[in-house]
Design a protein around this ligand. Structure first.
Ligand SMILES: Nc1ncnc2c1ncn2[C@@H]1O[C@H](COP(=O)(O)OP(=O)(O)OP(=O)(O)O)[C@@H](O)[C@H]1O
Ligand SMILES: [Mg+2]
Length: 1074
């Protein structure tokens, strides 16, 4: 609504095509009125005119971006976003590469416009991590390039001192993939010189203001701008510009683009070197030969530069102060005068900086470039220096204006000439519109044979004396009659008096006005030569970046071929640019500068009118008004709009033109709005096109809905089918599984029932069979008995009455016989220890068998005894006797079982000491042993030798081996021993005996059991009387002094060697035993 109003508002019409009447005045008035209303953008058809407001306007907000996103170009207020949106959508939807040509004077707002276009495209294209990264990198190339390539000029505080063309590349979805930046002709002379009131490139001021103390120290720089000759010493800082903040922004931008910290440092080091080179002072002197020479006045700066770049100061000093000249085969080193030295120094600084800038662009390109192989669409944005007319115009202005001339040519070709030619070509009725074609000026400058640039190159390459005068003379000669060329000489020839044109100048009548160029410096700047000594010195530096900037300094690669001139290079790159632009669909933004003082909202009509004129805006409007707003090949047109016609949708089988005609006839547009060319359809007014587009959009929505509906339907159907199929498979599996389980269960149950039934049947059968068997057996038994009975009854009379007894006896005998025969075969071993005996085979034989067993055992023992030798027999008898005497009566007895009862323990025969005793014993010795005799008085024991013979019991002194007591066995009345396991015994003597004078003997023997047993046996043999043996704990004994009661006490105090006897008074004695 707003846009339509703005278009219809005659005082400030938005599209100048609708201006009525169309005059320069009305056009200017409209622009001014719109400018006053802060509508800085105006259309001429689809060309955007932008008037710099020099103040921030609230028309670039995100809401505005949304408003213009996917807008219809003619339906919204003129805006740069509308142009950007149109271009982006054509690129995305119609697959047409686009270029946005932004032209205008310096300070007209080109760079700002290009940034707005870029930021708009970045805002509307889709988002995503990768896409955002690419967008950010593309946008961040601006602060970096502006820091190094922009500077404050009188016209613009942020003037681009290089031309920039950026191709942004998109994929088929319209997402940015990357880009390529091309730069054109950096104004490097600004490094060493600039007009008063201007500044050097921003980077130097930014570095000094924003670099940390550490960084500046590292770069050997001082913070004060005043210190540097190359910098503007009057106004280092600009009002409203924060160099330090910009420096940090630039550093951040580099990081985002992908510069490594090492690369940033190297870049800043080379920048510092350029700055410091300006401070290298030379002093002039004279050599002995009278030749002028120069030397470094203050070595400090040179020293620091060399430290930064890793070069020997001597090498740089020599390169700055002298020059190697090759004359034939000789190499001569000539000294340079101080001005020559300064010239070389400045050339070096300029070269380093411009090459560094080229490196910077290449490095950014490396980061943002798109990987090869991807299909892409391209949107080019051209922001190139505007047309420049200064008081004193040099080589740079000439080149810049040439470039602008070429851009104007493109504009003319594409919008005016091309358009009119097209009408004629297509056979559309057409009244031609007059316009100025600037091809003649372009030709004047660039003609390969005799253009100004070609002449300049020729002069530069020509041997002999070459200077600007000869160059100018040549131009004067060539273009004496050229309409657009003027010089003092041609004026003189035409008798024109013009004091403004100086002799060393020539003037060109550009499309934008007349510009007078001073030829001074043309040759030198075109040659753009750097002394080889200097490039070699730079190559010799160890600083990798700096070294890489001067590949020609490599002595290995010395080439005598001169490098291409600056003019030649520029012409080639402009030609390339033009080719590139021609291949794309152009979108124009024509920037207008409203005043010279950068004042906000100030409109100077004269200044604007001049620009309106040279930009050819009037002609532009006129052609657009006379012509048609839109044209397209029938094929493309039909393809785009065929969905609007019932006949053409979805397929048209006839020719494209017939299709377009049928379609438009159906849409019923007024006939004057349309024209049918040979190959294209032409639509006169934008409104018709807008209408067409609107209808298309509505139809597209309908169609999209239809497609969506179909696809959704199809998807749901397919999904349903799939689900159904899956469901069937699932249920089939499930049912199968359930049935299988059921079957298994049934089978199990059937088997079980079967098993039970079979079992039951079998058991029943078994029962029956058993019963049958029982019956059979019973029947058989009964039958047998019965038969037996019958037989017996029959045979009874034939048997005697005792037949059965005899029969039974016979059977018994047979069984006994069989048993005994078996026994005789199976007799157990004859060992007396073996008590085994086979069991009885019949119960009635058990007693007999037991009896037989005892008989057999006794028989075995008897046989054993009979076979024993007499000694062994005697010993066993002794043992038997001991058992009878002591078994179960004295605890000592079980121990004696192990003792062999040797009898002779003293070794009387072997030991000569016992000779006497031996004599006593002679052959009658029964036992000889060591005993201890208890002293009757105190109970203590003394050792004695004991000899028992068949007649005597002898006690002898062990030392003397002399018998002390000899008792006849008949003197022994009885013997008493304890119940315990001691060897204590009391030998009770008959009172009448001779040996009994001192009383009974108390003895302790280690072989008590043997001693008593042998005594018993001997006594038995001698007297046929048993020895009375008392095994008791209390007994009385008789001593010389009377009877003594002996009590046996079990005590721990008893020694291990035998009992301990304690006398308790005269008549009591205790024997302590274990
Ligand atoms: N759309 C705008 N809104 C507000 N200010 C603007 C706008 N366009 C330009 N300017 C102001 O004008 C100044 C100059 O603009 P810009 O640098 O874009 O000029 P230019 O055409 O690129 O000049 P040059 O050819 O010297 O590079 C900007 O610094 C800014 O202050
Ligand atoms: Mg600019």
């Amino acid at each position: 609504m707003e846009a339509t109003n703005s278009l219809l508002d005659t005082a400030a019409i938005g599209d100048l095509v609708l201006l009525d009447p169309l005059t320069e005045d009305s056009l200017l008035r409209t622009l001014r009125e719109r400018f006053r209303r802060e509508d800085i953008y105006t259309y001429i058809g689809n060309v955007l005119i932008s008037v710099n407001p020099y103040q921030p306007l609230p028309i670039y907000t995100p809401e505005k971006v949304q408003e213009y996103h996917n807008c219809n170009f003619f339906a919204v207020k003129p805006h740069i976003y509308a142009i950007a949106d149109d271009a982006y959508r054509s690129l995305r939807d119609q697959d047409r590469d686009q270029c946005i040509l932004i032209t205008g004077e310096s300070g007209a707002g080109k760079t700002e416009a290009s940034k707005l276009v870029m930021s708009y495209v970045a805002a509307v294209c889709s988002k995503g991590e990768e896409v955002d990264k690419v967008k950010e990198q593309l946008l961040q190339s601006n602060p970096v390039l502006e820091a190094f390539g922009n500077a404050k000029t009188i016209r613009n505080d942020n003037s681009s001192r290089f031309g920039k063309y950026m191709d942004v590349e998109f994929d088929f979805k319209g997402e940015p993939l990357g880009g390529v930046i091309s730069n054109y002709l950096l104004e490097k002379s600004r490094i060493v010189r600039h007009v008063k009131g201007e500044r050097n490139f921003h980077i130097f001021y930014q570095l000094l203001a924003g670099g940390s103390v550490h960084l500046l120290q590292q770069l050997k720089l001082q913070q004060d701008c005043q210190h540097y000759v190359y910098l503007n010493r009057e106004s280092c800082s600009l009002p409203g510009v924060d160099d330090a903040a910009n420096f940090h922004t630039m550093q951040d931008a580099m990081r985002i683009i992908g510069f490594s910290p090492a690369e940033v440092t190297a870049l800043l080091e080379v920048t510092a070197v350029v700055l410091k080179l300006g401070n290298v002072q030379l002093s002039s002197s004279y050599q002995a030969s009278g030749m002028e020479a120069c030397s470094i006045a203050e070595p400090q700066e040179l020293q620091e530069i060399c430290e930064l770049i890793g070069l020997d100061p001597g090498t740089l000093e020599q390169a700055l102060c002298s020059r190697t000249v090759k004359a034939r085969d000789e190499t001569v080193l000539t000294t340079l005068s101080a001005p020559q030295g300064y010239y070389g120094r400045d050339a070096l600084a300029k070269n380093i900086y411009s090459r560094l800038f080229d490196w910077l662009v290449t490095r950014i390109n490396t980061s943002i470039q798109v990987k090869p192989g991807k299909q892409r669409k391209v949107m080019g944005v051209l922001d190139i220096y505007g047309f420049e007319i200064f008081q004193d115009n040099g080589f740079e202005q000439f080149i810049i204006n040439y470039c602008n001339e070429k851009l104007q040519q493109i504009f003319i070709l594409m919008t005016l000439k091309e358009e009119q030619e097209e009408y004629v070509r297509e056979g559309i009725q057409w009244t031609p519109v007059e316009f100025f074609d600037n091809s003649i000026i372009c030709n004047l400058i660039e003609n390969g044979k005799n253009g100004i640039l070609a002449m300049l190159d020729e002069e530069c390459l020509r041997p002999g004396v070459v200077n600007e005068d000869t160059f100018l003379t040549k131009l004067n000669l060539l273009f004496a009659s050229h309409k657009h060329y003027e010089s003092k000489e041609t004026q003189n020839a035409r008798h024109v008096m013009d004091s403004s044109l100086l002799p060393q100048c020539f003037r060109i009548h550009h499309y934008a006005g007349k510009v007078t160029y001073n030829v001074t410096g043309f040759i030198e700047k075109n040659n753009d030569l750097l002394f080889r000594d200097l490039s070699q010195a730079m190559w010799a530096a160890r600083h990798p970046l700096l070294r890489s900037l001067f590949p020609e300094g490599d002595p290995q690669k010395v080439s005598l071929k001169l490098p291409p001139t600056a003019g030649f290079q520029f012409k080639a790159s402009v030609a390339m640019l033009m080719k590139n632009l021609y291949s794309k669909n152009p979108n124009y933004i024509r920037c207008i500068k409203p005043n010279e003082t950068k004042a906000a909202m100030l409109f100077t009509p004269e200044l604007v009118l001049a620009q309106v004129r040279y930009l050819g805006l009037m002609e532009n409007v006129r052609v657009r008004r006379a012509g048609y707003a839109f044209r397209q090949l029938y094929g493309s047109f039909l393809e785009r709009y065929k969905m609007l016609g019932s006949q053409t949708w979805p397929r048209w089988t006839g020719s494209d033109r017939a299709g377009a005609e049928a379609l438009l006839a159906e849409l019923a547009f007024p006939p004057e709005e349309l024209a049918f060319g040979h190959t294209k359809i032409f639509i006169r007014s934008p409104h018709t096109l807008f209408d067409l587009e609107r209808r298309r959009q509505e139809r597209v929505v309908q169609l999209a809905t239809l497609i969506q509906k179909m696809i959704r339907g199809w998807r749901c159907r397919t999904q349903y089918q799939l689900m159904r199929k899956s469901q069937i498979i699932l249920s089939a599996w499930f049912r199968g599984h359930a049935q299988k389980n059921k079957y298994k269960q049934m089978k199990r149950s059937a088997l079980m029932i079967q098993a039970y039934v079979r079992g039951w049947k079998s058991r029943r059968l078994l029962r029956e069979l058993k019963l049958q068997q029982h019956r059979h057996a019973a029947a058989a038994t009964i039958a047998a008995y019965w038969k037996g009975y019958q037989v017996r009854r029959v045979y009874r009379r034939y048997f005697r009455s005792d037949a059965s007894t005899r029969l039974a006896n016979f059977i018994y005998r047979r069984l006994v016989q069989k048993f005994l025969m078996g026994l005789s075969r199976n007799l157990p071993p004859l060992s007396v220890m073996d008590r085994t005996w086979p069991p009885a085979s019949y119960k009635f034989l058990a007693n007999a068998n037991e009896e037989l067993r005892n008989i057999f055992y006794h028989w075995k023992c008897k046989k054993y005894r009979e076979e024993l030798p007499p000694q062994r027999k005697a010993l066993l008898q002794t043992k038997l006797c001991a058992s009878e005497l002591f078994k179960d009566k004295k605890t000592l007895y079980p121990k004696s079982l192990q003792q062999p009862f040797r009898g002779e323990y003293l070794g009387l025969t072997q030991n000569p000491k016992y000779q006497k005793l031996h004599a006593v014993a002679k052959d009658k010795l029964v036992m000889a042993d060591n005993v201890r005799k208890v002293n009757r008085a105190n109970g203590k024991t003394v050792p004695r030798l004991l000899l028992l013979t068949t007649e005597h019991f002898v006690l002898a002194d062990p030392k003397a081996a002399q018998p002390k007591t000899v008792l006849s066995l008949g003197d022994i009345r009885s013997v008493s021993v304890t119940r315990f396991s001691d060897g204590f015994l009391v030998l009770h003597l008959k009172e009448t005996s001779t040996g009994a004078a001192k009383g009974d003997f108390l003895l302790v023997s280690d072989h008590l059991i043997e001693l008593v047993t042998r005594l018993h046996q001997t006594l038995m043999d001698a007297t046929a009387q048993a020895l009375p043996l008392h095994i008791t704990d209390q007994f009385s004994t008789r001593f010389q002094k009377g009877d003594v009661a002996i009590t046996v006490v079990e005590s721990d105090k008893a020694g291990t060697n035998g009992p301990v006897c304690k006398k308790r008074g005269n008549h009591r004695m205790e024997v302590l035993v274990h």
